[in-house]
Design a protein around this ligand. Structure first.
Ligand code: ZN
Length: 243
């Protein structure tokens, strides 16, 4: 699914395959339906997941990408659980920001149960800043890295119940979101599975996600919502565009 010179409107950069689908799948579906170009970049292949092997995880990730309708999904293959915030890894993220020139970056929560999430969020913020510096050299030889400055970075809400800075209305996309998430068959509830139980394989996990989306929707007067945090202030040009 790798394409060169594809300009994206939104690039979601996540620690693991399935992070963005669970946390912000409805938001992605909304923007794709609006005709915007969306891509996914996974730092790891989720190879430490309790259930499923890496081949299964990868197959499921690309099936989820197909169901979402994104333009591209790439996986950097950094080590799940152990990737480090260092120059070579930041350069890999910078390379992809320059390559896809996203106006908006969605990324992981700044604090969360899984330690990879906050580390990834911090790396993405650094990479987005560094990607606009002309003297940064990326790892690929014979390739001139174009500088690029994304307009905004939004951190999607994951396991931790961080107080959102805004809630996005996903009421029209809640069922489609679960169709996308169900592409990760090995990761969620399967009564026939003999593999070990985890917090996301229990029967109630989908209900918990739906309930969280419903509770968030209620806070803005709609059926379902997804929550985001943003470090900089959000600018508004028309008060009537706010719910
Ligand atoms: Zn994750």
């Amino acid at each position: 699914m790798i394409r060169k010179n594809l300009k994206l409107d939104i690039l979601a950069i996540s620690a693991h395959p399935d992070d963005v689908e669970v946390a912000a799948g409805g938001t992605l579906l909304h923007h794709i339906a609006m005709g915007q170009k969306v891509g996914l970049l996974d730092l790891t292949r989720g190879e430490l997941s309790t259930r499923g092997c890496v081949e299964t995880r990868t197959h499921e990730a690309f099936e989820a990408a197909k169901r979402l309708g994104v333009e591209v999904r790439e996986q950097l293959d950094l080590p799940d659980g152990f990737f480090t915030d260092d120059e070579p890894n930041l350069l890999k993220i910078i390379t992809n920001i320059g390559k896809y020139q996203p106006d908006i970056i969605l990324t992981t929560a700044t604090n969360d149960r899984h330690p990879d999430h906050a580390r990834a969020a911090n790396m993405v913020v650094q990479a987005a800043f560094l990607s606009n510096l002309i003297k940064i050299k990326t790892l690929e030889e014979d390739q001139i890295q174009e500088t690029w400055k994304p307009k905004a970075i939004y951190h999607y809400n994951q396991d931790s119940l961080n107080k959102p800075d805004f809630v996005f209305d996903i009421s029209s996309y809640i069922e489609k979101k679960f169709e996308v998430v169900c592409a990760y068959k090995s990761q969620f509830y399967d009564p026939l599975s003999t593999e070990r139980e985890t917090p996301i394989t229990c029967k109630l996990f989908f209900e918990a996600i739906r309930g969280k989306n419903a509770a968030l929707g209620r806070t803005i007067g709609v059926e379902y919502g997804e929550a985001f945090n943003v470090v900089r202030s959000i600018g508004v040009q028309n008060l009537f565009n706010l719910l």
